[in-house]
Design a protein around this ligand. Sequence first.
Ligand SMILES: [Zn+2]
Length: 356
Amino acid sequence: MNYKLYIGKISGIKIFIHWTFVLLIAWVVYNDIKAGLETADILWSVAFIFSIFGCVTLHELGHSLTAQRYHIKTRDITLLPIGGVASLESIPEKPKEELFVALAGPLVNIVIALILLPFVTWSEALEGLGQVGGSNFLLSLISVNITLAMFNMIPAFPMDGGRVLRALLSYKLDRVKATRIAASIGQVLALGFIVLGFYGNPFLAFIGVFIFLGAQAEARQVKSRALISGVRLRDVMMRDIPLLDSKLTIRDAAQQLLAGQNKTFVVMNEGRPVGTLSHPEIIKALGEQGENASLASAMDKDLLYLDAELSLESALKELQRSKKHLALVSFQNTLLGAVDIQNVTEFLLIRSAKQK
Ligand SMILES: [Zn+2]
Protein backbone atom coordinates (compact mmCIF):
# COMPACT_ATOMS: atom_id res chain seq x y z
CA MET A 1 0.00 0.00 0.00
CA ASN A 2 1.79 3.06 -1.18
CA TYR A 3 -0.95 5.43 -2.24
CA LYS A 4 0.09 8.99 -1.96
CA LEU A 5 -1.28 12.23 -3.26
CA TYR A 6 1.02 14.61 -5.11
CA ILE A 7 0.60 18.11 -3.76
CA GLY A 8 3.37 20.11 -5.35
CA LYS A 9 7.02 20.70 -6.00
CA ILE A 10 9.44 22.98 -4.20
CA SER A 11 12.97 23.51 -5.52
CA GLY A 12 12.59 20.41 -7.69
CA ILE A 13 11.48 18.24 -4.76
CA LYS A 14 8.09 16.55 -5.11
CA ILE A 15 5.88 16.57 -2.05
CA PHE A 16 3.31 13.86 -1.36
CA ILE A 17 0.70 13.17 1.30
CA HIS A 18 0.15 9.53 2.24
CA TRP A 19 -3.45 8.31 2.15
CA THR A 20 -3.39 7.36 5.86
CA PHE A 21 -3.30 11.11 6.49
CA VAL A 22 -7.08 11.02 5.87
CA LEU A 23 -7.36 8.63 8.83
CA LEU A 24 -5.63 11.17 11.06
CA ILE A 25 -8.08 13.93 10.05
CA ALA A 26 -11.00 11.52 10.53
CA TRP A 27 -9.67 10.52 13.95
CA VAL A 28 -9.33 14.17 15.03
CA VAL A 29 -12.82 15.08 13.80
CA TYR A 30 -14.29 11.96 15.45
CA ASN A 31 -12.71 12.88 18.80
CA ASP A 32 -13.89 16.49 18.48
CA ILE A 33 -17.48 15.37 17.81
CA LYS A 34 -17.31 12.91 20.70
CA ALA A 35 -16.14 15.74 22.97
CA GLY A 36 -19.19 17.76 21.89
CA LEU A 37 -17.28 20.51 20.07
CA GLU A 38 -19.04 23.02 17.82
CA THR A 39 -18.46 23.10 14.06
CA ALA A 40 -16.26 26.21 14.24
CA ASP A 41 -13.98 24.55 16.79
CA ILE A 42 -13.80 21.35 14.75
CA LEU A 43 -12.72 23.42 11.73
CA TRP A 44 -10.09 25.14 13.86
CA SER A 45 -8.63 21.79 14.91
CA VAL A 46 -8.55 20.54 11.30
CA ALA A 47 -6.87 23.80 10.25
CA PHE A 48 -4.40 23.21 13.08
CA ILE A 49 -3.51 19.73 11.76
CA PHE A 50 -2.85 21.20 8.31
CA SER A 51 -0.71 23.97 9.83
CA ILE A 52 1.33 21.39 11.76
CA PHE A 53 1.93 19.43 8.60
CA GLY A 54 2.89 22.64 6.82
CA CYS A 55 5.57 23.08 9.49
CA VAL A 56 6.60 19.41 9.13
CA THR A 57 7.00 19.98 5.37
CA LEU A 58 9.22 23.01 6.05
CA HIS A 59 11.22 20.88 8.53
CA GLU A 60 11.80 18.22 5.85
CA LEU A 61 12.66 20.91 3.30
CA GLY A 62 15.25 22.13 5.80
CA HIS A 63 16.96 18.72 5.56
CA SER A 64 16.52 18.46 1.77
CA LEU A 65 17.74 21.93 0.86
CA THR A 66 20.77 21.58 3.14
CA ALA A 67 21.50 18.21 1.51
CA GLN A 68 21.19 19.89 -1.89
CA ARG A 69 24.07 22.18 -0.91
CA TYR A 70 26.18 19.02 -0.59
CA HIS A 71 24.96 17.79 -3.98
CA ILE A 72 22.64 15.19 -2.50
CA LYS A 73 19.26 15.06 -4.20
CA THR A 74 15.96 14.29 -2.51
CA ARG A 75 13.70 11.79 -4.24
CA ASP A 76 10.59 13.16 -2.57
CA ILE A 77 9.06 14.28 0.69
CA THR A 78 6.12 12.24 1.99
CA LEU A 79 3.87 13.34 4.80
CA LEU A 80 2.66 10.50 7.01
CA PRO A 81 0.37 10.84 10.05
CA ILE A 82 3.38 10.26 12.30
CA GLY A 83 5.48 12.91 10.56
CA GLY A 84 7.33 13.62 7.36
CA VAL A 85 9.99 11.66 5.55
CA ALA A 86 12.47 13.23 3.15
CA SER A 87 13.95 10.44 1.03
CA LEU A 88 17.48 11.56 0.31
CA GLU A 89 19.23 9.71 -2.50
CA SER A 90 22.13 9.09 -0.19
CA ILE A 91 23.08 9.95 3.38
CA PRO A 92 25.95 12.40 3.68
CA GLU A 93 29.03 10.47 4.79
CA LYS A 94 31.16 13.37 5.95
CA PRO A 95 30.40 13.97 9.66
CA LYS A 96 30.13 17.74 9.18
CA GLU A 97 27.63 17.37 6.32
CA GLU A 98 25.49 14.84 8.17
CA LEU A 99 25.55 17.09 11.24
CA PHE A 100 24.31 20.14 9.28
CA VAL A 101 21.69 18.20 7.31
CA ALA A 102 20.30 16.66 10.53
CA LEU A 103 20.29 19.94 12.46
CA ALA A 104 18.61 21.90 9.64
CA GLY A 105 15.18 20.29 10.23
CA PRO A 106 14.73 21.09 13.93
CA LEU A 107 16.32 24.50 13.31
CA VAL A 108 13.51 25.33 10.86
CA ASN A 109 10.93 24.67 13.64
CA ILE A 110 12.81 26.96 16.02
CA VAL A 111 12.90 29.68 13.35
CA ILE A 112 9.13 29.29 12.72
CA ALA A 113 8.48 29.62 16.46
CA LEU A 114 10.63 32.77 16.63
CA ILE A 115 8.89 34.30 13.60
CA LEU A 116 5.42 33.65 15.04
CA LEU A 117 6.27 34.84 18.55
CA PRO A 118 5.88 38.63 17.95
CA PHE A 119 2.33 38.04 16.63
CA VAL A 120 1.08 36.48 19.85
CA THR A 121 -1.21 38.93 21.67
CA TRP A 122 -1.46 39.36 25.45
CA SER A 123 -4.94 37.92 25.51
CA GLU A 124 -3.72 34.86 23.58
CA ALA A 125 -0.85 34.41 25.98
CA LEU A 126 -3.26 34.58 28.93
CA GLU A 127 -5.67 32.14 27.26
CA GLY A 128 -2.86 29.58 27.21
CA LEU A 129 -2.84 26.17 25.58
CA GLY A 130 -5.65 23.63 25.70
CA GLN A 131 -8.38 23.12 23.10
CA VAL A 132 -7.10 24.81 19.93
CA GLY A 133 -9.32 27.63 18.65
CA GLY A 134 -9.08 31.06 17.09
CA SER A 135 -8.02 32.61 20.40
CA ASN A 136 -4.87 30.50 20.95
CA PHE A 137 -4.01 29.24 17.46
CA LEU A 138 -0.63 30.96 17.10
CA LEU A 139 0.46 30.10 20.61
CA SER A 140 -0.43 26.44 20.03
CA LEU A 141 1.48 26.42 16.74
CA ILE A 142 4.55 27.88 18.45
CA SER A 143 4.37 25.23 21.14
CA VAL A 144 4.03 22.49 18.50
CA ASN A 145 7.12 23.76 16.67
CA ILE A 146 9.17 23.82 19.86
CA THR A 147 7.94 20.31 20.69
CA LEU A 148 8.80 19.10 17.15
CA ALA A 149 12.31 20.50 17.44
CA MET A 150 12.85 18.94 20.87
CA PHE A 151 11.28 15.59 19.99
CA ASN A 152 13.37 15.26 16.82
CA MET A 153 16.52 16.01 18.76
CA ILE A 154 16.03 12.96 21.01
CA PRO A 155 19.11 10.89 20.11
CA ALA A 156 17.07 7.98 18.77
CA PHE A 157 18.86 7.08 15.54
CA PRO A 158 17.69 7.38 12.72
CA MET A 159 15.81 10.41 14.06
CA ASP A 160 17.57 13.76 13.66
CA GLY A 161 19.07 13.71 17.16
CA GLY A 162 20.42 10.21 16.50
CA ARG A 163 22.02 11.40 13.26
CA VAL A 164 23.62 14.28 15.13
CA LEU A 165 24.93 11.73 17.62
CA ARG A 166 26.36 9.50 14.88
CA ALA A 167 27.94 12.46 13.14
CA LEU A 168 29.61 13.55 16.40
CA LEU A 169 30.79 9.98 17.10
CA SER A 170 32.11 9.74 13.52
CA TYR A 171 34.64 12.47 14.25
CA LYS A 172 36.39 10.04 16.61
CA LEU A 173 35.28 6.54 15.52
CA ASP A 174 34.93 4.82 12.17
CA ARG A 175 31.51 5.06 10.61
CA VAL A 176 30.45 1.46 11.15
CA LYS A 177 31.24 1.64 14.86
CA ALA A 178 29.62 5.08 15.22
CA THR A 179 26.48 3.80 13.50
CA ARG A 180 26.40 0.68 15.68
CA ILE A 181 26.51 2.73 18.87
CA ALA A 182 23.93 5.27 17.63
CA ALA A 183 21.64 2.49 16.37
CA SER A 184 21.83 0.60 19.69
CA ILE A 185 20.92 3.73 21.65
CA GLY A 186 18.17 4.39 19.09
CA GLN A 187 16.70 0.92 19.57
CA VAL A 188 16.68 1.18 23.36
CA LEU A 189 14.89 4.54 23.12
CA ALA A 190 12.52 3.09 20.50
CA LEU A 191 11.51 0.32 22.92
CA GLY A 192 10.86 3.07 25.48
CA PHE A 193 8.60 4.86 22.96
CA ILE A 194 6.70 1.64 22.28
CA VAL A 195 6.12 0.99 25.99
CA LEU A 196 5.08 4.63 26.59
CA GLY A 197 2.86 4.43 23.51
CA PHE A 198 0.90 1.55 24.98
CA TYR A 199 0.13 3.58 28.09
CA GLY A 200 -0.62 6.84 26.33
CA ASN A 201 -0.34 8.08 22.78
CA PRO A 202 -0.55 5.22 20.24
CA PHE A 203 1.33 7.35 17.68
CA LEU A 204 4.37 7.13 19.91
CA ALA A 205 4.26 3.33 19.66
CA PHE A 206 4.15 3.56 15.85
CA ILE A 207 7.06 5.97 15.84
CA GLY A 208 8.92 3.56 18.16
CA VAL A 209 8.44 0.67 15.73
CA PHE A 210 9.65 2.83 12.81
CA ILE A 211 12.75 3.92 14.71
CA PHE A 212 13.54 0.38 15.83
CA LEU A 213 13.36 -1.06 12.31
CA GLY A 214 14.99 2.00 10.75
CA ALA A 215 17.98 1.78 13.10
CA GLN A 216 18.41 -1.92 12.32
CA ALA A 217 18.18 -1.44 8.56
CA GLU A 218 20.60 1.46 8.46
CA ALA A 219 23.18 -0.19 10.71
CA ARG A 220 23.12 -3.20 8.40
CA GLN A 221 23.39 -1.04 5.31
CA VAL A 222 26.38 0.89 6.65
CA LYS A 223 28.08 -2.39 7.55
CA SER A 224 27.60 -3.96 4.14
CA ARG A 225 28.70 -0.76 2.42
CA ALA A 226 31.87 -0.80 4.50
CA LEU A 227 32.39 -4.45 3.49
CA ILE A 228 32.32 -3.61 -0.21
CA SER A 229 34.13 -0.30 -0.12
CA GLY A 230 37.37 -0.34 -2.06
CA VAL A 231 36.48 -3.62 -3.79
CA ARG A 232 36.78 -3.75 -7.59
CA LEU A 233 34.70 -6.02 -9.76
CA ARG A 234 37.95 -7.74 -10.76
CA ASP A 235 38.34 -9.04 -7.15
CA VAL A 236 34.86 -10.57 -7.02
CA MET A 237 34.09 -11.91 -10.47
CA MET A 238 33.91 -15.59 -11.41
CA ARG A 239 36.79 -16.47 -13.66
CA ASP A 240 35.28 -19.79 -14.74
CA ILE A 241 32.10 -18.81 -16.48
CA PRO A 242 29.56 -21.61 -17.01
CA LEU A 243 29.20 -21.72 -20.79
CA LEU A 244 26.65 -23.28 -23.13
CA ASP A 245 26.96 -23.51 -26.89
CA SER A 246 24.17 -21.76 -28.79
CA LYS A 247 23.59 -24.92 -30.88
CA LEU A 248 22.41 -26.83 -27.80
CA THR A 249 18.79 -27.23 -26.73
CA ILE A 250 16.87 -26.48 -23.58
CA ARG A 251 17.19 -30.19 -22.68
CA ASP A 252 21.00 -29.79 -22.54
CA ALA A 253 20.65 -26.65 -20.43
CA ALA A 254 18.34 -28.43 -17.98
CA GLN A 255 20.87 -31.26 -17.73
CA GLN A 256 23.58 -28.72 -16.90
CA LEU A 257 21.35 -27.35 -14.13
CA LEU A 258 21.14 -30.83 -12.61
CA ALA A 259 24.79 -31.62 -13.14
CA GLY A 260 26.25 -28.79 -11.10
CA GLN A 261 25.80 -25.75 -8.92
CA ASN A 262 25.59 -23.23 -11.75
CA LYS A 263 22.34 -21.32 -12.02
CA THR A 264 23.15 -18.87 -14.79
CA PHE A 265 24.95 -19.62 -18.05
CA VAL A 266 26.54 -17.59 -20.79
CA VAL A 267 25.50 -18.74 -24.26
CA MET A 268 28.38 -18.74 -26.76
CA ASN A 269 28.36 -18.72 -30.54
CA GLU A 270 31.68 -19.24 -32.30
CA GLY A 271 33.65 -18.11 -29.29
CA ARG A 272 31.60 -14.98 -28.62
CA PRO A 273 28.95 -14.48 -25.92
CA VAL A 274 25.51 -13.96 -27.50
CA GLY A 275 23.21 -14.20 -24.49
CA THR A 276 22.66 -15.34 -20.93
CA LEU A 277 20.35 -18.03 -19.66
CA SER A 278 19.18 -18.11 -16.07
CA HIS A 279 17.56 -20.86 -14.02
CA PRO A 280 14.05 -19.33 -14.25
CA GLU A 281 14.46 -18.78 -18.02
CA ILE A 282 15.40 -22.44 -18.54
CA ILE A 283 12.42 -23.67 -16.49
CA LYS A 284 10.06 -21.29 -18.26
CA ALA A 285 11.26 -22.35 -21.73
CA LEU A 286 11.01 -26.01 -20.76
CA GLY A 287 7.38 -25.54 -19.78
CA GLU A 288 6.33 -23.29 -22.65
CA GLN A 289 8.45 -24.44 -25.59
CA GLY A 290 9.45 -27.99 -24.71
CA GLU A 291 12.81 -29.78 -24.47
CA ASN A 292 13.83 -29.29 -28.08
CA ALA A 293 13.60 -25.51 -28.08
CA SER A 294 16.80 -23.74 -29.05
CA LEU A 295 18.77 -21.79 -26.46
CA ALA A 296 18.56 -18.74 -28.71
CA SER A 297 14.78 -18.64 -28.29
CA ALA A 298 14.97 -18.73 -24.49
CA MET A 299 18.05 -16.68 -23.70
CA ASP A 300 18.32 -13.03 -22.79
CA LYS A 301 20.12 -11.50 -25.77
CA ASP A 302 20.62 -8.15 -24.12
CA LEU A 303 24.04 -8.54 -22.53
CA LEU A 304 25.28 -6.31 -19.76
CA TYR A 305 29.02 -5.66 -19.87
CA LEU A 306 30.75 -4.13 -16.85
CA ASP A 307 34.31 -2.89 -16.63
CA ALA A 308 36.61 -4.98 -14.41
CA GLU A 309 37.88 -1.79 -12.74
CA LEU A 310 34.37 -0.71 -11.70
CA SER A 311 33.75 -0.55 -7.94
CA LEU A 312 31.60 -3.36 -6.59
CA GLU A 313 29.14 -0.78 -5.30
CA SER A 314 28.53 0.71 -8.76
CA ALA A 315 28.40 -2.79 -10.27
CA LEU A 316 25.66 -3.82 -7.84
CA LYS A 317 23.71 -0.67 -8.71
CA GLU A 318 24.03 -1.51 -12.41
CA LEU A 319 22.86 -5.09 -11.86
CA GLN A 320 19.90 -3.86 -9.83
CA ARG A 321 18.99 -1.13 -12.32
CA SER A 322 19.13 -3.44 -15.34
CA LYS A 323 17.38 -6.31 -13.47
CA LYS A 324 19.94 -8.78 -14.89
CA HIS A 325 20.87 -12.08 -13.29
CA LEU A 326 24.40 -11.88 -14.58
CA ALA A 327 26.79 -9.35 -16.06
CA LEU A 328 29.87 -10.04 -18.15
CA VAL A 329 33.09 -8.52 -16.89
CA SER A 330 35.51 -7.22 -19.46
CA PHE A 331 38.64 -5.12 -19.54
CA GLN A 332 39.84 -3.36 -22.68
CA ASN A 333 37.53 -5.45 -24.85
CA THR A 334 38.69 -8.75 -23.39
CA LEU A 335 36.15 -10.91 -21.60
CA LEU A 336 37.58 -11.76 -18.18
CA GLY A 337 34.67 -13.32 -16.32
CA ALA A 338 31.17 -12.74 -15.07
CA VAL A 339 29.42 -11.63 -11.94
CA ASP A 340 26.05 -12.56 -10.47
CA ILE A 341 24.29 -12.00 -7.16
CA GLN A 342 25.28 -15.44 -5.79
CA ASN A 343 28.98 -14.86 -6.19
CA VAL A 344 28.75 -11.35 -4.74
CA THR A 345 26.88 -12.77 -1.73
CA GLU A 346 29.55 -15.46 -1.38
CA PHE A 347 32.25 -12.80 -1.48
CA LEU A 348 30.51 -10.73 1.23
CA LEU A 349 30.04 -13.77 3.49
CA ILE A 350 33.73 -14.66 3.20
CA ARG A 351 34.85 -11.09 3.79
CA SER A 352 32.60 -10.57 6.79
CA ALA A 353 33.75 -13.91 8.32
CA LYS A 354 37.38 -12.83 7.89
CA GLN A 355 36.75 -9.55 9.70
CA LYS A 356 35.37 -11.17 12.83
ZN1 LIG B 1 13.99 15.84 10.75
